[in-house]
Design a protein around this ligand. Structure first.
Ligand SMILES: [Zn+2]
Length: 450
C-alpha cells in the first residue's frame, strides 16, 4: 500500500488502523452497530478516500429504551491533521444525566453527513423515532426531519438561541426572550411578543422569523414536556471536554477514547443506581424535586371540587387549578416535568392519596438501574496492529459514490495474522510531538498496489 499526500506516517497509519479497529470492535463486542463509508474516487488510480465512520454499542440501544426520550446532537472539529468532524448523539437518563448513545467521524458537518449519521442512528436505535431531537446545529435539525420523519419533535438549543439573540440585540431583552420561550399558551406568547414589538421591533421580527414549534413552549408538538426540561445541548459539550486530548490525535484515538470514557461513566452510574437506599422509589433527581415541592405544598390553601379537581391558593395569593386525572396544573410544572408540582401535591395530601402514584414511572430507581445494567467491554487493538510498521493489505471495496459500505468480513489471511489481545499501550501519547508536526490535509489518499 502506498500513501499519497499523508501529513505524517503516523497519521496515515491511523487510517489503516480504522478498518482493523472496527473489525476488532465487532470481534470483542459482537452486537455493536458500525458503519464505514469509503469512496472509491478514481478507479483508474485505484485510489480510495475515507469519508465517514459510525459507532453505536448495543448496550446503548438498551439504555436508550429506559432513558427519557430526548436526543441532543452536536458536532466538533477533530483538531488532528486530517480535520475531520466528530458527530455525537446523547440522551438523558431518568436521573437527568446525559448519556452518549452514538458517535461518528465525518468529512465535515453538512446536511449530507448529518443525514448519514442519523440514518445509521435510526437503524441502530429505531426507538429514537419517538424522541425529541435538540441541537444548535441547523444542518443536523434539517437532516433530522428528512431522515426521522415528520413525527420527530425538533427543538432548538435554547441557550444557543438566547446567546445569538443577545449578541444581536444586547442583554436588555434577555428577560423577554425567556418569557417568550416559556409561554405555555397562545395568550401568554402574544402578550410577551407584543411587549417586545413595542420596545424593539427588529428584535421581535428576529424571533418571529424562527419556527415557533422548535422553541416556544406553547407551540411544541406534543406539549412542552417533550423538551424534558432540557434547555441546552450541553451534554455534548461535556463530552468535548473529555475528548480534549484525544481530539489532538488522529481518528482511531478519539473513537477509542469515547468508547472507554462512556464505558467508565456507565460503570460509575450503575454503582450510583445500585447504592440508592432501600425503600427510595425514585431517582435522586426526582426525589429532590418531590421533597422541595412537598415542603412548599404545606403552605398552600386547598379547596377540592371532587377527587380530581382542586383550586390551590399560594402564600402570594395566586390561584392555580389542578387536575389530578390529567396530571396538570395551571402553573404548568406538573405536565412539563411529569413530577407533581407543589399545588398538585397539596391536593394529593388533602385527599390522603399516595404522592408516588402521581409520578411518572420514568423516574423509578428500577428504571435507572436497568439503564446501566449491562456495560460494554474494554477494547484493545491486537499487538500486530498497535506497533508500526503495519503492512498487511487492507481491502477497500470499490463502491459507487456515496454508498454506505457495510464492513466486509475479516479476510482469512488477516485474521490469521492477529495474535491474542494484549493490554493496550497507546504509542501515540509518547510521540505527541511527532504527531503535531506536518501540515493539514482534508483527505488522505490510499493507493492500493495490484
Ligand atoms: Zn402547580
Amino acid at each position: 500500500m502506498k500513501l499519497l499526500n499523508a501529513a505524517s506516517d503516523e497519521q496515515a497509519r491511523q487510517f489503516e488502523l480504522l478498518q482493523a479497529y472496527l473489525r476488532t470492535l465487532q470481534q470483542q463486542s459482537p452486537f455493536v452497530k458500525t458503519a464505514l463509508l469509503v469512496t472509491q474516487h478514481r478507479l483508474e488510480e485505484n485510489t480510495a478516500f475515507f469519508r465517514r465512520v459510525f459507532v453505536c454499542p448495543a448496550e446503548l440501544q438498551l439504555s436508550f429504551i429506559q432513558a427519557r426520550k430526548f436526543i441532543a446532537l452536536d458536532g466538533t472539529f477533530l483538531k488532528a491533521h486530517f480535520q475531520q468532524t466528530l458527530l455525537l448523539a446523547a440522551c438523558v437518563d431518568t436521573n437527568n444525566h446525559y448519556l452518549l448513545v452514538a458517535w461518528g467521524v465525518v468529512e465535515s458537518e453538512n446536511t449530507e453527513s448529518w443525514k448519514w449519521f442519523l440514518d445509521n442512528l435510526k437503524n441502530a436505535i429505531p426507538q429514537i423515532l419517538d424522541a425529541s431531537i435538540s441541537s444548535d446545529r441547523d444542518k443536523g435539525l434539517l437532516a433530522a426531519e428528512d431522515i426521522l420523519g415528520n413525527n420527530i419533535v425538533r427543538l432548538f438549543c435554547l441557550e444557543h438561541l438566547r446567546r445569538n439573540f443577545v449578541n444581536s440585540f444586547t442583554k436588555e431583552y434577555d428577560g423577554l426572550f425567556w418569557r417568550i420561550a416559556h409561554s405555555t399558551t397562545l395568550d401568554d406568547y402574544e402578550a410577551a411578543i407584543t411587549v417586545l414589538r413595542l420596545e424593539k421591533p427588529s428584535a421581535a421580527a428576529y424571533l418571529e422569523a424562527l419556527d415557533q414549534r422548535m422553541w416556544i413552549a406553547a407551540f411544541i408538538p406534543g406539549g412542552p414536556s417533550r423538551r424534558y426540561g432540557q434547555k441546552t445541548s450541553n451534554p455534548v459539550e461535556v463530552m468535548n471536554q473529555v475528548l480534549r486530548n484525544a481530539r489532538e490525535l488522529s481518528i482511531a484515538d478519539p473513537l477509542m477514547e469515547i468508547w472507554h470514557t462512556t464505558m467508565e461513566m456507565r460503570f460509575q452510574r450503575a454503582n450510583q443506581a445500585n447504592s440508592v437506599i432501600i425503600g427510595q422509589t425514585f431517582t435522586p433527581f426526582c426525589h429532590r424535586i418531590l421533597l422541595q415541592e412537598r415542603e412548599n405544598a404545606l403552605r398552600n390553601i386547598v379547596r377540592m371540587a371532587d377527587n380530581y379537581h382542586g383550586l390551590v391558593q399560594s402564600p402570594a395569593q395566586i390561584s392555580y387549578v389542578v387536575d389530578l386525572e390529567r396530571h396538570t396544573c395551571t402553573c404548568h410544572r406538573f405536565q412539563d416535568t411529569n413530577i407533581p408540582c407543589q399545588h398538585g401535591i397539596a391536593c394529593i395530601l388533602t385527599l390522603r392519596h399516595r404522592i408516588d402514584s402521581y409520578v411518572s414511572h420514568e423516574f423509578l430507581v428500577t428504571t435507572w438501574k436497568r439503564t446501566y445494567s449491562h456495560n460494554f467491554p474494554p477494547i484493545i487493538l491486537p499487538e500486530a496492529l498497535r506497533h508500526p510498521p503495519f503492512h498487511a493489505p487492507i481491502p477497500l471495496q470499490p463502491t459507487p459514490e456515496p454508498q454506505p459500505n457495510v464492513l466486509p468480513p475479516l479476510p482469512l489471511q488477516l485474521a490469521n495474522l492477529l495474535p491474542e489481545a494484549q493490554p493496550y499501550h497507546n504509542p501515540l501519547i509518547s510521540k505527541n510531538n511527532t504527531l503535531r508536526s506536518g501540515h493539514s490535509v482534508r483527505l488522505m489518499h490510499l493507493t492500493l498496489e495490484r
